[in-house]
Design a protein around this ligand. Structure first.
Ligand code: MN
Length: 338
C-alpha cells in the first residue's frame, strides 16, 4: 500500500478540473528529459483513455534517445510548430504543467500559458514553486514527477484503468530522474510502485536498454574526449569541472542530447562529491551541477549564476565566457565546502 503523499483536497481539485476538461493540454519544461516526457506522455495517455482530446507540448525538441516513448509522435514543440502550440493553448480547457517550478522553464510557451484563462494544474517535485497555477501539487521529497502522476492516478481511483503505455512512460521518468535508481531512490514505496508497473506489463530491462544503451559512436568518443581533455579535478574541494566549447563539439557530429548525463561522470571518482559541467551554446554557457550527500548545489547555482534546482541536481545559464564561468566557480568552491 502507498501512503497518501498528495493532499486529498488537491487530488479532488485536480480530478474535478480534469473530469470536466475535454481538451486538456499538457506542458513540460524546455530540454525535456525522461521525467518531463514520462510524466506528460504518461498522463496524456491516461486522459486519452478517458476519452479526452489531449495535446502534449514542449518548448523545444525531445532528445533522440527518448523518441521511442509511447505517444511522443503526437507531441509538438514550440521551436518547430509555434502556431500549432499557440492554437492548442487557446483551445485548451485545462492546462497541466509538469516537472518544473517556474514559468521561465516553458520558454517560448510561457506567455501563452500565463495569458490563458484555462484552469492550470502544476504537478512537480522541484522545491519552492512560483504561484502560476490554480492547483499546485508540489512534493519535493518525491524523486520524480512521474511518480507523482502515478500517485495521482491511484488516488483518483483509476489504477485499474492505467494502460501499459502510461506505465511505460511513468517507469521511464522514475528511472531517469534517479539515475536508474542509484540516487534519490531510497524511498521504499518506489519499489512497490515499480512492482505495480511491472504488473501492468512494463519490461524494465528493455526500457533501461532503450534509454541508456543507444549512444552513437561519436557520443562515446565525445565522452572519452571530455574526460581525457576537458576535466579539472579540484581535490581540495572534492570537486570536478568538465567543459565543452562549441568548437569541441564540432569534431563529434554533436546531436541534441549527446551530452546528457556527462555531468554525472566525475561523481564516479573516489572523493569527488560535486561535479559541474559547463557547455557553450552559441552566446551563452549552460551549466549543470550535481552533488552527492548534503552539498546543496542548487544554492551554488543560485548564488553564482541565478540558477536553481534540487539539492543534488541544479542548473543555470551564464551569458559570459567559458573562462569567466569556470573562474567564478573555482573562486567560490573553497568557501562552499564547509
Ligand atoms: Mn523531474
Amino acid at each position: 500500500m502507498l501512503s497518501k503523499v498528495i493532499d486529498e483536497a488537491l487530488v479532488q481539485k485536480a480530478k474535478h478540473i480534469l473530469n470536466h476538461a475535454k481538451h486538456p493540454v499538457l506542458i513540460s519544461h524546455m530540454g525535456p528529459d525522461g521525467d518531463a516526457m514520462g510524466s506528460s506522455l504518461g498522463l496524456a495517455d491516461f486522459l486519452r483513455e478517458q476519452g479526452k482530446q489531449v495535446q502534449v507540448l514542449y518548448p523545444d525538441a525531445p532528445p533522440a534517445f527518448l523518441n521511442w516513448m509511447p505517444g511522443v509522435e503526437s507531441a509538438i514543440h514550440f521551436t518547430h510548430s509555434p502556431e500549432a502550440c499557440i492554437a492548442a493553448i487557446e483551445a485548451a480547457d485545462a492546462l497541466v504543467l509538469l516537472d518544473f517550478n517556474t514559468s521561465k522553464r516553458m520558454a517560448g510557451l510561457a506567455p501563452y500559458v500565463l495569458e490563458s484563462r484555462a484552469k492550470k494544474i502544476l504537478i512537480d517535485h522541484h522545491p519552492g514553486p512560483d504561484d502560476f497555477a490554480d492547483v499546485i501539487l508540489s512534493y519535493p521529497n518525491i524523486s520524480s514527477t512521474s511518480e507523482l502522476v502515478f500517485r495521482y492516478i491511484c488516488r483518483a481511483g483509476c489504477f485499474d484503468e492505467m494502460s501499459l503505455s502510461t506505465a511505460e512512460c511513468l517507469y521511464t521518468g522514475m528511472m531517469t530522474d534517479t539515475g536508474a535508481f542509484t540516487y534519490n531512490s531510497n524511498g521504499e514505496e518506489i519499489y512497490f510502485i515499480i512492482s505495480q508497473l511491472i504488473r501492468k506489463g512494463v519490461k524494465k530491462d528493455r526500457i533501461y536498454d532503450r534509454v541508456f544503451n543507444t549512444y552513437s559512436a561519436d557520443r562515446m568518443r565525445l565522452m572519452g574526449f571530455v574526460l581525457h581533455s576537458r576535466m579539472r579535478i579540484l581535490d581540495a574541494c572534492h570537486s570536478a569541472i568538465i567543459h565543452l566549447s562549441t568548437d569541441d563539439l564540432k569534431g563529434f557530429d554533436y546531436q541534441v542530447g549527446d551530452t546528457e548525463g556527462f555531468v554525472n561522470l566525475p561523481l564516479s571518482i573516489s572523493g569527488i562529491y560535486i561535479s559541474i559541467f559547463a557547455r557553450q551554446e552559441e552566446n551563452r554557457i549552460r551549466l549543470s551541477f550535481r552533488s552527492k550527500g548534503s552539498y546543496p548545489v542548487n544554492q551554488l547555482a543560485a548564488e553564482l549564476f541565478g540558477g536553481g534546482g534540487h539539492v543534488n541536481a541544479a542548473g543555470a545559464e551564464f551569458s559570459g565566457s567559458m573562462e569567466e564561468a569556470i573562474a567564478r566557480i573555482e573562486a567560490a568552491l573553497p568557501d562552499y565546502l564547509v
